[in-house]
Structure formats: structure tokens, C-alpha cells
Design a protein around this ligand. Sequence first.
Ligand code: ES4
Ligand code: ZN
Length: 324
Amino acid sequence: MARILDLPKVELHLHFEGAAPPAFIRGLAKEKKTDLSKIFRPDGSYAYRDFVHFLSVYEAATSVLKGPEDFARLCTALMEESAKNGVVYSETFVSPDFCGGGDVGAWREYLHAIREAAEAGEKTYGVTLRGIVTCIRHFGPDKAKAAARCAAETAGDWIVGFGMGGDENMGEQGDFAYSFDMAAEAGLRLTTHAGEWRGPREVENAITDLRGMERIGHGVRAIEDPRLCDILAEREITLEVCPGSNVFLGVYPSLDKHPIQKLRERGVKVTVSTDDPPFFHTTLRKEYERLAKTFRWGADTFADLNRTALDAAFCDAATKEAIK
Ligand code: ES4
Ligand code: ZN
């Protein structure tokens, strides 16, 4: 098991604010004299009932992250935690909606602070971090356009992708085509959350109604449609699978019922990530440990998952080469 847990890991699906430990958020709330007691349980963990409530608790927690400096501190905390888990490369979802409200000038200031922390963190912790600008589906297509504009203006060696998270039951993937097109034209690579709460049609919509989709966040419910699995396999669309998140939120009742193994067997490219680790009481090491036990995966399987993840990473070839 130690051989598996100590493997160098590549993580592709990690929400920046969702990586904030509850103690970190409580500390900021205290500094800012904000009462956040209703989002914490007596044991100090985040308190929410279901996914939609999770999103509102997430937004409440994020509300105490006020300026660029707070996001820089969070970046350092995230990288320290990633390093503890043996992560060598990580892509994280950052949202202009939480960093200046979609204003390009303000976003640049937040991004500058985050990047400075990421560069320092790379030296201190040996983790390479890249950003995926992420719009939030339940904020609607207009807010998504503002996020895409921020993404397009800052596309480059650090902001490497554009994505969408949020409530999958709100609107349709195609409502956001303008934003995804704008991001793609700026050279950004694309991913979107799909097939977590809605079924396989949502994954199909993501790859047909949005041009150039290369990865899908979650995407696990594609397993319900064998023909769709064949298409994903053939097009080498990579799923950013977050098994612990899916089980914690009740998408599947337990890990042994999770389709990650079946997706692999069908030839779909899958990777493993944590989503919002402290919210789901997980870490990447815990994910590996549970997967190894449940599916009897050995070090070779995990090495394969990490190769797939590095192949599907949105950074440039030189960065990948330096990680190998
Ligand atoms: C999410 Cl917008 C957002 N933030 C954090 N986690 C998420 N999962 C799905 N959407
Ligand atoms: Zn997610």
C-alpha cells in the first residue's frame, strides 16, 4: 500500500476555494468579524444537507476570502496540502466571480497574487500548479461571459483552461457556448462539469453543444449509455472522476457501486481527483487507499491513471516534460 500512497500524483479537478480547510475559513471569519457559525458543525467541519445546500455553504465560506492577499494565502495552504498527498502537478478551478466579480482589472490583481503564491509554493513544496478559469452555471450565461472574458484576457502559461461548475440542473450546456467559444479562441483548453447530477444526455450535450470539449468534470453517469462510452473512448475525452465526492454527496451509495472501474474496462480515459477535499472529508491519499482496497488496484493501475492525467493536463509540453 505504501508504494501506492507514495506515488507522485497528478490531480486535474480541484476547486480552489473548495480546498480551503474549515480552520482556515474560521480564521478569516474571525479576522473579518463575520459570523459563519451556521456553516460549521460542532466538530468544526463544514455543515450542509445536500449538493445545492453545499453550493450555498461553499459561497458563504468563500465570502470571507476578500482580497487578493486572502486568495494568495489560500493558494499556499492548498499547495502545502497537495504536497502532503504526494501531488506533483495540479490544476485548480479559479472563479472570477469570487475574485473581483467578473471585472477584468480586478481579476488581474487577484490572479497576480495567486500566481506569486503559486511560484513560491512550487519552490517550497515541489508542486506545480496551473489554473482553469471556471464559470458557475447557476449564476447564468451573462456572468459566464464575464468569466470567459477574464479567462481570455489572462490566457497563457498559467491560466491554461476554461471550465464550468455549479448546479448541473440549471440551464443547458449549450447556453454557455458563447463563453466556451471565446475561451477556446483565446487558446484555452476546455472542461465542464457534466454527468454527476444529470444522466448521460448531459455528457453527450457537453461534447456536442460545446465545441472542443476535451475533458469532463465527473462524467461518471456516462456509464448508463454504452454507446456514449464508446464515443468518449474513441475521442479520448478524459473524465475527471472524484469518487469520494460522488459517494459523500450520494451520487452512489458506496465506492464499490461507483462506476470508475467499469468506465476503465470500457476504455474510457479516467483520472482521480478530490473535487473539494475538506468539504467531502477526503484527500488524494485517502482516495487512492479506498480505490486500492475496493477494486484491488495495484501500483501499476495508479501509475496508469497518473499517466492518463498528465496526458490530459492542459499545461504546455515543457511543463509536462519537467514533471515526468
Ligand atoms: C462546484 Cl461551482 C463549484 N464549486 C465547488 N465545487 C463544485 N462542484 C460542482 N460545482
Ligand atoms: Zn467539481
